[in-house]
Design a binder for this molecule. Structure first.
Ligand SMILES: [Zn+2]
Length: 267
């Protein structure tokens, strides 16, 4: 038997972490690295295929990840650094939002959502700069959020949960720490705690903003076999987006939930 195929060789600047895979949905280990795909024969690399890339969050379970040409990394990091510095500057001025490419964006949300990208692009200096600035300026809320994301990336879910709880104490009206906590409970299969967190987040949201959280709650109610709550949630989604009535998997789930709870689906 001849063994041939293609795989990544010459892995450099490897960063290992934990996260939820965008491709298979599994929560587990991943790695980010520089490398290049080569055609191989008996695992001896023979032919380079394509350019060198930075692979981001390659999932250990399904081997999928995002690829960025290695030649683009410097520019992507330059832009990220610029946006991060703008967000930090606004926080230091006592503002909550900053101007992100002509959109008003909460600084804490931006920093929390991008710190992992910076880490996976292997710019440890920038990670340290963000953490040190937030600490020095005593910007507790974004500091806890960023810490939480970094702890999650290290696979320390319990500690990340504590950081989000501290963030929630600082900003009780912000849903970011609450949904982040909900996601932690979900990953730990603590479904009742996750449900309470997401239901709490829902309280302060209106109409279309609710959809994303309703989607998570559909999975949670299904897991908990709470078919009454499941049916109600399907119906709220249908009210918000009537087009879901044309979505076969959605309607199949809805009708199944109605049957379980002995209710007629609404037309
Ligand atoms: Zn995966």
């Amino acid at each position: 038997m001849i063994i041939y195929g293609s795989r990544m060789y010459g892995k450099r600047n490897v960063i290992n972490g934990w996260g939820e895979c965008e491709h298979c949905g599994v929560y587990g280990k991943n790695s980010s690295y520089n490398g290049r795909k080569w055609g191989h024969l008996y695992f001896i690399p023979l032919i380079p295929m394509g350019e060198s890339v930075r692979v981001l969050n390659e999932c250990k379970a399904c081997s999928n990840g995002s690829h960025l040409p290695e030649s683009d990394v410097t520019e992507v990091l330059r832009e990220l650094r610029n946006d991060i510095q703008n967000a930090l500057a606004r926080l230091i001025e006592g503002e909550k939002n900053f101007d992100y490419h002509e959109t008003e964006l909460p600084c804490a949300l931006f920093l929390a959502n991008n710190i992992e990208v910076v880490k996976c692009l292997d710019d440890e200096n920038l990670v340290d700069l963000v953490v040190a600035a937030l600490k020095e300026k005593e910007l507790h809320y974004p500091h806890h959020m960023v810490n939480g994301r970094l702890l999650e990336f290290q696979g320390k879910l319990q500690e990340a949960g504590t950081a989000y709880q501290q963030a929630a104490t600082e900003e009780p009206d912000d849903i970011l720490p609450i949904t982040s906590l909900g996601a932690i409970y979900f990953k730990q299969k603590e479904y009742e705690a996750a449900r309470l967190a997401y239901e709490k987040a829902l309280e302060s949201l209106e109409s279309q903003e609710r959809l994303q959280i309703l989607g998570v709650l559909l999975s949670l109610y299904e897991l908990q076999k709470d078919f009454a709550a499941l049916t109600d949630t399907y119906e709220e989604c249908l009210q918000l987006v009537p087009e879901y009535a044309q979505d076969k998997p959605f309607m199949k789930g809805y009708k199944k939930a109605c049957k379980k709870v002995g209710r007629e689906p609404v037309k």
